[in-house]
Design a protein. Sequence first.
Length: 105
Amino acid sequence: MTAVMQPTGREVSCEGYDDVSRSGRASRQQEAVLNDVATHGPSTRHAIAERVDLPVSTICGRCKELLDAGELEVVGTVGKPARQVLGARAGRAELTEIHKGGAHV
């Protein structure tokens, strides 16, 4: 009998992320985060998650991607324990407003 190797937790996580990326959900979730910050101003990940009705774990992943891409920036902290407050990078808010108005950038 041959032993069957079980995937590691990291392998399962990577496969799950790849599925989200391939399906386009990650892009739509990122856009939801950016639109929320443009509409409501700088916010914590928890506040964003409540408003866009997605789990905090999903929002954390999308925020990390947007921070890495330079679309969001940390503008401060709030509360105890401290939570980061995220805001749109300079110029991003204006692009979002133009897009909402029907013009394409």
